[in-house]
Design a protein around this ligand. Structure first.
Ligand code: GDP
Length: 369
């Protein structure tokens, strides 16, 4: 019978089965003294950490726990997938605690953007989704843009409270927390002198000067994001890593755009107009006639229409249809969660149909750009 062993860094129970879960350590590390889970080992030796994916009940339990404490909540969302990464009903869990909304990955927007416009857009969207915020900050954790403001906002709004960082997976929570570790606390010293105290919630805590902590909660997995549905090998094609260069298509009605084999956009009816695609530039877009589209997909998915490549097509849920009418005179984005969006500047209105893998969220919103 195995004896339960705990990480001397964070106090979680150590396991060797799954690197994705909390408390993982490789077999070979078990004989080390002190014993550290891989996450604490990385923090200690490389000043970096990685996220874990706990089960979702666990996540909701942790979120609800925040409501019972006096804390500042930092909610990180991904600007590339705003709707897909926003935690709807956050207040139900975190109660009346103030929320700072940190919108990450602004480096992905085209260079010539108006920051104030984006900020206003985010405020309006957050409000529409029922999220009350004490502050909205735009940043890029990866490119270190706007990060000073994040640290300032946290310092300003937390007073002497603990800080809980919450977000969906893949929004850049680890990247951001790693920066906080570097810029905000003397972590190395803390780890060697007094290891992170373990908590009943098995959360990693980063000590602050005043005895308070920044508490990293596990990332919530939102299955409605394309990024959660596809093979990890295809993530690079879908997640942009450079500023997006929008691609404009002038389409007549009854024309179709394919985004690799992941999604399809049919312009069913309306006057000739332009459609501006904001997606990873590593994802090829293919234009065809609507009446050819079914056949083209059946014959060429995984080849001309790729990624995903043929051998990974089976893993992709079947495409299902979402029909929309874009109102006359509106500026709208048709959003495919995790893939990007198509901006429609429609004087005359348009009828469109999006085909996306089953379970992936597709929606219309006011234009971001
Ligand atoms: P987590 O799951 O929320 O902890 O997310 P990670 O920190 O692991 O990041 C998920 C992915 O987003 C990785 O591929 C990161 O490189 C990328 N990423 C994180 N922050 C940024 C950012 O500010 N800009 C861009 N373009 N990518 C980012």
């Amino acid at each position: 019978t195995a004896i339960e062993r705990r990480c001397s860094g964070c106090g979680v129970s150590v396991q060797t089965e799954s690197a994705e879960r909390l408390g993982f350590a490789p077999e070979a590390a078990l004989s080390r003294d002190p014993l550290l889970c891989q996450r604490c080992f990385r923090i200690k030796h490389y000043n970096e950490m990685s996220s874990v994916t706990p089960d979702q009940d666990e996540f909701l339990k942790i979120l609800s726990g925040i409501g019972a404490t006096d804390a500042l909540v930092v909610h990180i969302v991904d600007l590339f997938d705003f709707e897909g990464s926003l935690i709807a009903g956050l207040h139900r869990f975190v109660g009346n605690n103030p929320v700072v909304l940190v919108v990450n990955k602004i480096d992905l927007l085209p260079k010539a953007i108006n920051v104030n416009r984006i900020l206003n857009w985010v405020r309006k969207q957050a409000k529409e989704h029922g999220l009350k915020t004490v502050e909205v900050v735009l940043c890029s954790a990866k490119k270190n843009i706007g990060f000073d403001r994040v640290v300032e906002a946290v310092a300003e709004h937390r007073g002497t409270k603990d800080v809980y960082v919450v977000g969906a997976t893949n929004v850049g929570k680890s990247t951001l927390i790693n920066r906080l570790i570097r810029d905000y606390s003397d972590l190395d010293a803390e780890l060697t002198t007094s290891p992170f105290p373990g908590t009943t919630l098995d959360l990693v805590q980063i000590p602050l000067d005043d005895g308070r902590h920044i508490i990293d909660t596990p990332g919530i997995v939102y299955e409605h994001r394309l990024t959660e549905k596809i093979d990890k090998k295809d993530l690079n094609a879908v997640l942009p890593d450079k500023p997006i260069k929008p691609i404009v298509f002038q389409l007549n009605e009854r024309q179709t755009l394919f985004f690799g084999a992941f999604a399809r956009f049919d312009f069913v009816q309306g006057a000739r107009q332009s459609f501006t695609c904001y997606a990873s530039n590593a994802l090829p877009i293919h234009r065809t006639k609507l009446e050819r589209a079914d056949e083209l997909y059946a014959e060429h998915k995984g080849e001309m229409l790729s990624p995903p490549a043929k051998d990974r097509l089976d893993a992709l849920p079947p495409l299902v249809k979402h029909a929309f009418r874009i109102p006359k005179g509106s500026l709208s984005d048709v959003v495919i969660s995790g893939l990007g969006w198509i901006a429609v500047n429609s004087d005359a209105g348009a009828q469109i149909v999006v085909h996306a893998p089953k379970g992936v969220k597709v929606a219309i919103r006011d234009s971001l750009i």
